[in-house]
Design a protein around this ligand. Structure first.
Ligand SMILES: [Zn+2]
Length: 246
């Protein structure tokens, strides 16, 4: 006796198969559009194109940044699109101190930096912050670019400093996962210092506050003058951490 139920489900099956072809076709077409060398898809919207620091921001940027930060090779490739660096061999000082992968950074996001040995990941976040937050803010407030970023270095094999003394934990500086930025210089030579210019109702103060707030978009942990007196003269900008921004 024939099983009538076998035929009852056929219309459903038909639609399932048809829909699969349509979705599969769109998926295949989409994939072709992304990987084709002459794709009309701009790189900043193309998920198969790696992060380039100068690309306009899109809803894919943070995802691409996370991917770029994931390995030495992807980080170095991305960093070289928006910074001047010298690749250096991995540096190991003790079991808890070292820099991997190490670069000597001398410019980021169009601003020069006194050469500093740091981790690629810290440098890449600095380049993204400079390119996409500092430069637009400087154009807004001063009509010119930031030409220089001043810093108190990145690597230091030491314990974490707190307002109540040294902690037993190592500082993120022990692995160059952070950089301390103390101020900026504009194209016309105007100097902006956290210590001198943080307070007040000035364009310099407005710039520094925007720099502090926007750092949170590009670093995982940021501390500044609002946090405690240890940070009155610099922003502590950290690649690792849990989204603490003060
Ligand atoms: Zn610091």
């Amino acid at each position: 006796m024939p099983d009538k139920n076998r035929y009852k489900h056929r219309p459903v099956l038909h639609w399932v198969v048809l829909l699969s072809f349509i979705i599969g076709g769109i998926g295949f077409g989409g994939w072709q559009a992304m990987v084709h060398p002459d794709t009309p898809l701009p790189p900043e919207w193309n998920p198969v194109q790696p992060l380039s620091v100068g690309d306009p921001l899109t809803s894919l940027t943070q995802w691409k940044l996370t991917r770029a930060l994931g390995s030495a090779a992807t980080c170095l490739a991305a960093l070289e699109t928006g910074a001047q660096i010298e690749r250096k061999p991995d540096f190991v000082e003790t079991s808890r101190c070292g820099i991997t992968p190490q670069v000597s950074l001398s410019s980021a996001g169009g601003a020069s930096v006194a050469p500093v040995n740091t981790r690629c990941q810290t440098a890449l976040r600095l380049a993204m912050w400079t390119q996409h937050a500092l430069q637009p803010a400087a154009q807004d407030l001063f009509g010119q670019d930031i030409s220089q970023i001043n810093h108190f270095s990145s690597y230091s094999c030491r314990p974490m400093r707190t307002a109540s003394g040294n902690s037993s934990r190592m500082s993120s500086h022990a692995t160059a996962d952070a950089i301390d930025v103390s101020g900026f210089v504009l194209d016309d030579g105007t100097r902006l210092s956290l210590l001198r210019d943080w307070s007040g109702d000035t364009a310099k103060s407005a710039f520094l506050k925007r720099a502090n707030d926007s750092a949170c978009d590009w670093f995982r942990l940021t501390l500044g003058p609002r946090y405690n007196r240890l940070h009155a003269d610099h922003f502590h900008l950290q690649h690792t951490g849990y989204g603490l921004c003060r």
